[in-house]
Write a protein that binds this ligand. Sequence first.
Ligand code: SF4
Length: 302
Amino acid sequence: MNLAEKIVKLKKEKNAIILAHNYQRPEIQDIADYVGDSIELSRKAMEEEKAEIIVFAAVDFMAESAVILNPDKKVLLPSLGARCPMAQMLTVDEIKRCKALYPNLPLVLYVNTLAAAKAYCDICCTSANAVEVIESINAETVLFGPDHNLAEYVQEKTGKTIIPIPERGFCPTHLLFQPEEVHVLRMQYPDAVVMVHPECTAEMRNVADFVGSTSQMCRFAKESNAKTFIVATEEGLLHRLRKENPQKRFVLAYEGAVCPNMKLNTLERLYMALKEEKHVVTVPEPIASKARRALERMFELK
Ligand code: SF4
């Protein structure tokens, strides 16, 4: 029996489910019960009432959201070192400083934040619904963190004034994409459609045919008549795109666009975490309740 088969067997014995983020290694995506973005996965976990253990193959803040939304389940992270650097960029001290500076402004936080930060915000958003969330708020100026590029994109789309906190939070992986590579790829694939994640820079958004989150890219690729897509997001998504659209071609806009944090999860680590039920993610009260309210306000918008 190979390792993947052992994991599937163990998962059944332990009444566990495996949730894998779109940026996970192909071999992890292939054994997962669900593959998706962070909030899609947390919602899936909520629907799986009978599961007792959730193995969340992703990074720290995503596993925390799963814990917050599924307090009765044991949530395991295959590698405890899988931490998102962008989420670490927004500290509670920075939030307190900005709130003191702008006491009357609402605070919207991208789900790519730690639970301790989410506990201070009015509402959360994802890269898929950030524009709708900001539009739903009865204020023309909003504090938004931690991704500076997403803040800029939302400001362009809504016309509202978005104050980014911290001033220049970013995703190191999405910052690797540059328009030069896209121009070269366009020469090679003149009919290609360019899909860009909003965590990329404004220069990248300017060369995009479509700007959207990973889940929006999957939907767009499925519905589009185009045959070739140049994709500017973490390379793991291409595995899912190719699997769901075997007749279409997907080209990564920059070959080095790998999130090393996401890739810390391996089949071996996943197996050991499940076997020993280790790397249990917890979120203390009252942080969990406060963060849950911010996530639920986002869900209520739908
Ligand atoms: S791709 Fe960027 S935002 Fe996502 S986990 Fe990696 S560093 Fe964080």
